[in-house]
Each structure stands twice: as structure tokens, then as C-alpha cells.
Design a protein around this ligand. Structure first.
Ligand code: PLP
Length: 370
């Protein structure tokens, strides 16, 4: 019996490499509060991600809250429900009200043709999500933001390493928020970062992260969202592995494309001028196109010891604490959420796993019993 294949697996450096990286933390006895590892990682990531100013945070959720709260504006935030619930929680926990915009059926990002209709005098920000490494239409969103004088904050948790026309994903918007959680393409175990692209917000973000303090003085309210040295050390080790990690992901991605094309499953389509990070391999299962349901596919995969993930399902507008509470008509997001399933993809995943997925699909389509 083979071992269970999960949808992802954390990127880990060798044990020896990590031990070597944390050794000098003992010499300085500085374990947190923007120490040497923190600063090294900040600079390393700014260069790797091609962004001007990245403030490291304790996690991706803290980054979203930190960014929103640094606007010091309360009101409606236009966002999408096709995301991890963290995005919507960050809006609610910042004292704002989410207004849900629909997504496009092709790349699952915010449908920019519907954004302006949702803007009211109560709108204070737009918070779109880059989904599965697909970038939102950043040019149109920038124009909408400018026209209506609204900050655009991207949830870039899925977009680590993604570039458009050679520009880093984090360089778009007023601010862009990354997650460096263990399940993401790049991890610091738990961690995150805010690219502060408009310098006026930089001090507010830094203060927000550290009890409202700037140089020892409490200038505003704030929390504790600092990244400690052991997380930063993990990031420094993992940063060295990214080229190889992306190459391995790309290989898995192309294996899936090869065996699943022509089967009636919707797969990601490369975006124009965008270098992807191959973070996820979602398929959208619609019975009229492929002949089986998502539940049947999941059951078939389970027989092969493969665990897919219904990500994102339910929509964040449909979770029990938010259902019926906030406004927004999102039929496309509803439809995609009903059919989407993320298949396993991570560096080092063997081709044999893709072979098993293929066999499951083949059996379902040819009516043989499992
Ligand atoms: C992972 C994720 C988050 C939250 O990041 P954490 O680092 O886990 O706090 C937010 N939004 C999206 C889209 C995510 O995938």
C-alpha cells in the first residue's frame, strides 16, 4: 500500500543547513524584534520579489490586517468571495464591511468590469486576490483606484515569485500582502509580508506591527505582528531553494497538463506576459463536460490514497458565520466553487502520482468500477 499523497508538502531545507543558519542567533542572543536574520531576509526578499519595500510580518493574515488597518479608514471594502476566509476575516476584523464582487470564469480573479458598479460613498478600499498564481488585471484596477481615489490592497498570498512583464507581483497596488505559511510556495514556517508601494503608509505599517511604536514612542494603536529570527532563518534557507522548487513545480504542472488535456476538465490557462509560480493545480469538474462529479473524482482519488482539496469551497460569503450577512451577487464564483478541486503539487512530487490521477479519471470516464 502506498503512502497518502496530500495536496501540498512544506518546502524544507536540509536539517544541517537550517542548524548552520540558526547557529549565530546564540552568539547575539537576539531572537526577535527585527534582528539580523529578519533584516537579511527582508533585503533578500525585496531583491528576489523585485519590490521596493517589504515589511515582514508574523503571518499572511497579519499582513492583510496590518495593511488594511494602516489606511485608518472604515467603511466598505470591495473584494471577492473566491478566496481563503482570511481575506474576508481581515476586512471584518478591521471594522470594515466586505462587498463581494464576482470573479472571471477564466482566471478566477476579480471581474474588473463589475468593480465600479459596487463603488459607493462608503467605499474605502479595493481588496482583490491573485488566485492560484494568476494575477488580477492590475492595470485596470490601478486605473479604477486612481479615478476614485481608492487604495488597492492585493492579497498576494498565492503570488510569490509571479511576475508580469518582468515586474514583481508585489509591486502592484498601494500595498500587496504575501503569506509565507508552510503550505505556500515559499515559507518561513509561519510568516508574511506587506509590500508597501506608497511610502506614506510605511511608518504606519511598521508601527502597526510593533504595538504602535516608532523608535520607542507609541504613535498609534498597534498589535504584535513581528517575525522572529527562527522563522527568518528558515526563510533564508528556503530562499536558496526557490529556483529548483519552481523548476520542479513546473515539471509536475506539465505532467498534469499532458495527461488531463482533452478530458473535459477546466485547467489553468497561462496568462499573457505573466511568469507563473505553479503554486496550485486546480481543475474545475463539471459533469456535462467530463462525465463525472467532483465528489466522484475525490472518491476515486481517495482509493488511490490521494487527497485533493476543495479550495476554495465554500465561498467566504457562504461560511456559516457570514452567510447572508454581506452584499454581493457572485454567480460565477458560485459555479467555480461547486466544481473546483486542487490536485497535489509540490517540489519532488513523483510522476507516478500524476499517473494515478490519470487512471482515476480514465476509469471514471470509461465506466469501470474502482
Ligand atoms: C494562506 C492565505 C492567507 C493567510 O495567510 P497565513 O500566512 O496563513 O496567515 C490569506 N489569503 C490567502 C488567499 C491565502 O491563501
Amino acid at each position: 500500500m502506498s503512502h497518502t499523497i496530500f495536496v501540498t508538502k512544506p518546502l524544507l531545507p536540509s536539517f544541517e543547513d537550517y542548524i548552520e543558519e540558526i547557529r549565530d542567533i546564540w552568539a547575539d542572543a537576539m531572537v526577535t524584534n527585527m534582528g539580523k536574520k529578519h533584516d537579511l531576509l527582508q533585503r533578500g526578499l525585496e531583491s528576489y520579489l523585485k519590490v521596493e519595500n517589504l515589511e515582514l510580518m508574523v503571518n499572511g493574515h497579519g499582513a492583510l490586517e496590518g495593511a488594511l488597518q494602516s489606511l485608518f479608514r472604515k467603511g466598505e471594502v470591495i473584494t471577492t468571495p473566491f478566496t481563503f476566509v482570511s481575506t474576508t476575516h481581515a476586512i471584518v476584523r478591521s471594522g470594515c464591511t466586505p462587498v463581494f464582487c464576482d470573479i472571471t470564469p477564466d482566471d478566477f480573479t476579480i471581474d474588473v468590469s463589475k468593480v465600479e458598479d459596487l463603488i459607493t460613498e462608503k467605499t474605502v478600499a479595493i481588496l482583490p486576490v491573485h488566485v492560484y498564481g494568476n494575477l488580477c488585471d492590475v492595470d485596470i484596477l490601478e486605473a479604477i483606484g486612481k479615478k476614485h481615489d481608492l487604495p488597492v490592497i492585493y492579497d498576494a498570498a498565492h503570488a510569490f515569485g509571479v511576475e508580469k512583464n518582468g515586474k514583481g507581483a508585489g509591486s502592484f497596488g498601494t500595498m500587496s500582502c504575501f503569506s509565507f505559511h508552510a503550505t505556500k510556495v515559499f515559507n518561513t514556517i509561519e510568516g508574511g509580508g506587506i509590500c508597501v508601494n506608497e511610502p506614506v503608509y510605511r511608518e504606519a505599517v511598521q508601527a502597526r506591527r510593533n504595538f504602535g511604536m516608532i523608535e520607542g514612542e507609541v504613535v498609534q494603536d498597534g498589535g504584535n505582528f513581528k517575525m522572529h529570527e527562527f522563522s527568518a532563518a528558515m526563510g533564508l534557507c528556503n530562499l536558496k531553494l526557490m529556483e529548483s522548487a519552481f523548476a520542479q513545480r513546473k515539471k509536475v504542472f506539465s505532467w498534469y497538463q499532458e495527461v488531463l488535456s482533452g478530458k473535459g476538465l477546466q485547467m489553468l490557462v497561462p496568462q499573457k506576459n505573466v511568469a507563473s509560480n505553479y503554486a496550485y493545480f486546480p481543475v474545475v469538474v463539471e459533469k456535462e463536460d467530463c462525465g463525472f462529479t467532483r465528489a466522484e473524482l475525490m472518491e476515486g482519488l481517495a482509493h488511490e490514497d490521494i487527497v485533493g482539496r476543495q479550495y476554495f469551497y465554500p465561498l467566504t460569503s457562504g461560511v456559516s458565520c457570514y452567510r447572508g450577512k454581506f452584499w454581493g451577487e457572485t454567480p460565477v464564483a458560485e459555479r467555480i466553487a461547486q466544481g473546483v478541486l486542487c490536485l497535489p503539487i509540490y517540489p519532488g512530487m513523483e510522476q507516478e502520482v500524476v499517473g494515478r490521477v490519470f487512471r482515476v479519471v480514465d476509469r471514471l470516464q470509461n465506466g469501470r468500477t474502482l
